[in-house]
Write a protein that binds this ligand. Structure first.
Ligand SMILES: Cc1cc2nc3c(=O)[nH]c(=O)nc-3n(C[C@H](O)[C@H](O)[C@H](O)COP(=O)(O)O)c2cc1C
Length: 356
């Protein structure tokens, strides 16, 4: 309770005085340094870590110590695993990583839309590139119980705009990760709304071509596809069929919302298109798609629920609708690092009720 008040009343007002990118870089710096300091890591995990009584979440041969992971886009260069585990996350998706390193779009790349509990994201897949991140992750000892997912996307530049080049770009990323035997699972991100050339592979036929090539790269790790949330159900459903046909393990539902009309404070609507919006405006779309997907595939198909998890109740709702696990970013920024512990506790209660 005290840590919650401290974040809400003291830290958050200070943090929100700085630009989101400045705060993000500071957090990454702090997180990396905390990881080197067991004296800080230990109390951190006592305050925020996953309670021992939290039921494990198991699917596709993976075991998560709790139901909540960090979504792709926050630890995009793979620097934070230790710190995240101590903050109550059972795993994360590093990335999205691309074949070539990428500076991202022209700033401002992040804008807080405070009243709508959302972030306008115009990062454009800023990352150090798959080879550099592999080197970094290889040099680190990832916590034993922490599940390391890696999100792969297509480099955000003109060299990968043609279909064939785009496919080669994704394949290069996956091949390097497989060669390095790095990561516990891979997610193919075909739904980044703010890159050069657009969401190329978020259609049935192109997704089919992409997954056909990716399937030729042999490994034994679970694979997921991260889908967009703005497609009509018919289209979304046809993409699910492609994912299933290629025997991927499931999907992440889903990415950022492109419809600014879903912002609850209309005064926060940007005057021009500046990328997708996260948080609250993703919640309804993501939940509806999770529910319909679970109806379509009642079993043997993993759904990772992502978008607008701002409270423990939001997380449980996604699980009730059919998600195996939830991911978040925006909830942590708006509500603070205690959110993950609250979700872990609520999940324990929910699972106990199910048993009784
Ligand atoms: C700053 C930021 C960067 C993001 N970058 C990526 C990315 O590189 N790859 C990806 O698959 N999703 C990315 N996303 C989308 C998130 O993974 C997630 O799908 C979305 O934010 C909805 O979850 P949330 O409401 O909990 O934030 C990004 C989101 C944010 C806020």
């Amino acid at each position: 309770m005290l840590v919650k008040l401290l974040y809400q009343k003291v830290l958050k007002p200070i943090f929100f005085m700085f630009s989101p990118e400045t705060m993000h870089s500071s957090f990454v710096w702090l997180g990396q340094n905390i990881a080197k300091t067991p004296l800080i890591l230990w109390p951190l995990s006592k305050i925020y870590g996953i309670p021992k009584s939290t039921p494990e979440v198991k699917f596709d041969g993976l075991t998560f110590k709790g139901p909540v992971c960090l979504a792709a886009g926050f630890d995009y260069n793979g620097k934070l695993s230790h710190c995240l585990y101590s903050m109550g996350f059972a795993g994360e998706e590093v990335g999205s990583l691309t074949a070539r390193s990428c500076e991202g779009n022209v700033p401002p790349r992040l804008t807080r839309l405070i009243n709508s509990k959302s972030i306008l994201v115009y990062k454009g897949l800023r990352n150090d590139g798959v080879d550099n991140v592999i080197k970094r992750l290889k040099a680190k000892k990832i916590p034993k119980d922490f599940v390391l997912g890696i999100s792969i996307a297509k480099t955000n530049d003109y060299l990968s705009v043609e279909l064939e080049d785009g496919i080669q770009d994704y394949c290069y990323g996956l091949e390097q990760l497989v060669k390095a035997d790095l990561g516990d699972f891979y997610t193919i991100n075909v739904s980044c709304p703010n890159v050069f050339g657009g969401e190329d592979f978020a259609s049935k036929d192109k997704l089919n071509q992409l997954l056909t090539e990716l399937k030729k790269i042999k490994h034994n790790k679970p694979m997921y596809v991260k889908l967009p949330i703005n497609k009509p159900w018919e289209e979304f459903s046809s993409m699910l069929e492609v994912v299933k046909e290629h025997e991927f393990n499931g999907v992440v539902i889903g990415n950022l919302n492109k419809n600014y009309e879903d912002l609850s404070d209309k005064d926060e609507i940007p005057s021009e298109y500046r990328g997708g919006i996260s948080g609250r405006p993703c919640q309804k779309l993501s939940n509806e798609l999770i529910e319909k997907t679970r109806e379509k595939y009642p079993k043997d198909f993993t759904i990772i629920g992502c978008g607008g998890v701002l409270s423990p109740e939001d997380a449980i709702e996604k699980i009730k609708l059919g998600a195996n696990l939830v991911q978040l970013i925006t909830g942590m920024i708006f509500n603070g690092p205690h959110l993950m512990r609250e979700i872990n506790k609520e999940y324990s209660k929910y699972m106990k009720q199910l048993e009784n």
